[in-house]
Design a protein around this ligand. Structure first.
Ligand code: F6P
Length: 361
């Protein structure tokens, strides 16, 4: 069996651990051959981006961030953008992808990615390609699986940042606003906010009121604590102010997906009208996705990589591997399209509120 492997969408720590697990088990136990496809689906459209992927290539990659295959979040074969006469033109090149897989002699494709990459995989299956998927994202917002690898590492990075910001906030009596990734989901902000001892946690699932945040900051200063740490998701917005914040999002044909950001600055501007304390904004940005994966993410990614082969050998195409109640199982690829969100009435939010931490609602 000859399998193509690609990583698509934004990178996250653990991708290399997955590739290593897949290639090692695939080679040793199944005798399969692998072809590494570079830069996500782009590698199946553009020439010269497919190469043999052997165990030798995976040596030493386990602790490395990024992906040895490269990735892209702007290469959708169903609306593939190219620049023509100074303009971006989008075309459906999915037939070309099928042809390329045939030319490469692939018996199947392993697509590792987030909701975008996996829903493209499902559409390619509908066109006759044999694909198994594997979920990944630091946002942890895929409904098919209890956890995606990359999330644990990002949570550690954000927690450490919050710890560090605490000491400087306290020294200067400042309000520190920390903008955290997660797109439209608040898992990363919620969990790292809890772990990093944030005083206010603002997530997209619970629109906040500026008055409520101001009140929390004021209550803290009357208790002789004149600094505050506010963890805010990049997609969090004030009540009734969704459009104002989402105005900062842009979709650029051929250049990538919708980009969020600016929620920290927007909040700081609103707060400055009400409080006298100095306010500083830290946007953690892509630091949250870079660097070496945590041990937990290495293990989860390795398990995913190994499990993919069970699906392949059983002919369970159009499925992806997923973690459910501690087990790695197969779920239909179509599951990946349902996005998961923090439950505002869930236990974690309730317990956090019960400790006096504000969600600004
Ligand atoms: O989905 C992962 C993620 O890191 C989001 O948290 C963030 O909104 C987005 O990707 C950033 O995308 P880009 O790498 O294109 O800036």
């Amino acid at each position: 069996m000859r399998l193509g492997v690609l990583t698509g969408g934004g990178d996250c720590p653990g991708l290399n651990a997955l590739i290593r697990g897949l290639v090692k088990r695939g080679t040793h136990e199944f005798g399969y051959e692998f072809v590494g496809i570079e830069n996500g689906y782009m590698g199946l459209v553009e020439p010269g981006l497919a190469h043999p992927l052997t165990e030798e290539d995976t040596r030493g990659i386990l602790p490395k961030g990024g992906t040895i295959l490269g990735t892209s979040n702007k290469a959708n074969p169903f609306s593939y953008a190219t620049r023509e006469d100074g303009h971006w033109v989008e075309r459906d090149v999915s037939d070309q992808v099928l042809l390329r897989c045939e030319e490469l002699g692939l018996d199947g494709l392993i697509a590792v990615g987030g909701d975008g990459t996996l829903s493209i995989a499902h559409r390619l299956v509908e066109k006759g390609l044999k694909v198994v998927g594997c979920p990944k994202t630091i946002d942890n917002d895929l409904s098919g699986t209890d956890q995606t690898f990359g999330f644990d590492t990002a949570r550690l990075i954000v927690t450490e940042a919050l710890d560090r910001l605490h000491s400087t906030a306290e020294a200067h009596d400042r309000v520190m606003v920390v903008e955290i990734m997660g797109r439209h989901a608040g898992f990363l902000t919620l969990e790292s906010g809890i772990a990093g001892g944030a005083d206010v946690i603002l997530i997209p699932e619970i629109p906040y009121s500026v008055e409520s945040v101001v009140e929390k900051i004021r209550r803290r200063s009357t208790r002789r604590r004149s600094f505050s740490i506010i963890a805010i998701s990049e997609g969090a917005f004030p009540q009734g102010g969704e459009l104002a914040v989402l105005d900062t999002a842009e979709a650029i044909p051929g250049r990538g997906v919708v980009r969020l950001g600016g929620s920290g600055k927007a909040l700081a501007d609103l707060l400055a009208r009400h409080i006298e304390a100095e306010i500083r904004v830290t946007v953690l940005g892509h630091l949250q996705r870079g660097g070496s994966p945590s041990a937990a993410d290495r293990v989860l990614a390795t398990r995913y990589g190994c499990k993919v082969l069970d699906l392949v050998s059983a002919g369970q195409w159009d499925h992806m591997v997923a973690l459910r109640a501690g087990e790695i199982i197969a779920v239909p690829l179509s599951e990946s399209r349902k996005e998961r969100r923090v439950d505002p009435a869930g236990e974690l939010v309730r317990f956090t509120k019960s400790m006096g931490i504000s969600f600004g609602d």
